[in-house]
Write a protein that binds this ligand. Structure first.
Ligand code: FE
Length: 206
């Protein structure tokens, strides 16, 4: 039996444990993405595990709360919090990424860069609803723009990346020229959820 705050976060801890096993066993990107999708789908079935401080929008900027970074930098998990009207620049990731919609809705448009440098839309605009997952990577298509699809509410998606994404040099793209600029996304908070306090659970067995 389990009680207390440490257990609220149990689905995230379980996800981190399973992802850690996956990234250490599997090196093929397509397998990582398909098995990671299954794990993320399971995580976003419920949303009560997400700590309150990782759900708070900023009036101006979309927020990226770090939920977990693998000690060896093999993956990271981030809570993306979108206020009304907030949107990313066109950007890439330079590593694989999975986006799982938790609350609200998110719009996405993918792009391809032609050898001339010009950016063209790659498929139609997509809409993610709670439970939906999308994948990006340099192999399957890595350039997109994302925005909150709900005009008057906060939306939240859980992102998993194949590196400590706050330490990856990647790029934004000028929509008209395709010119790139280096950027590093960083994190919105110095705090991360405490996944590892299991004392209440153990004390309950005393
Ligand atoms: Fe992205």
């Amino acid at each position: 039996m389990s009680t207390g705050n440490a257990d609220t976060v149990a689905p995230l801890r379980d996800f981190v444990v399973e992802m850690t096993k996956l990234v250490n066993l599997e090196t093929k990107e397509n397998k990582l993405l398909s098995e990671g999708t299954g794990l993320l789908k399971n995580l976003i079935k419920t949303d009560s595990w997400l700590p309150e401080f990782c759900t708070i929008p900023h009036p101006e900027f979309y927020q990226q709360f770090l939920l977990h970074a693998d000690p060896l930098g093999k993956f990271s998990v981030v809570s993306f919090v979108w206020g009304p009207g907030q949107k990313t620049p066109i950007h890439d990731h330079c590593v694989w990424g999975l986006i799982g919609m938790l609350r609200g809705m998110e719009k996405g448009q993918r792009y391809k860069q032609l050898p001339s440098g010009e950016l063209i839309q790659d498929g139609p605009e997509t809409l993610l609803r709670p439970g939906d997952i999308e994948a990006v990577s340099p192999t399957i298509g890595d350039i997109h723009v994302v925005s909150n699809a709900v005009p008057d509410q906060t939306s939240i998606s859980i992102h998993v990346y194949g590196a400590n994404i706050g330490a990856v040099k990647r790029h934004t793209y000028d929509p008209s020229t395709g010119k790139t600029k280096d950027f590093v996304s960083g994190y919105s908070s110095k705090q991360i959820p405490n996944l590892w306090d299991r004392s209440a659970e153990v004390r309950a067995t005393l």
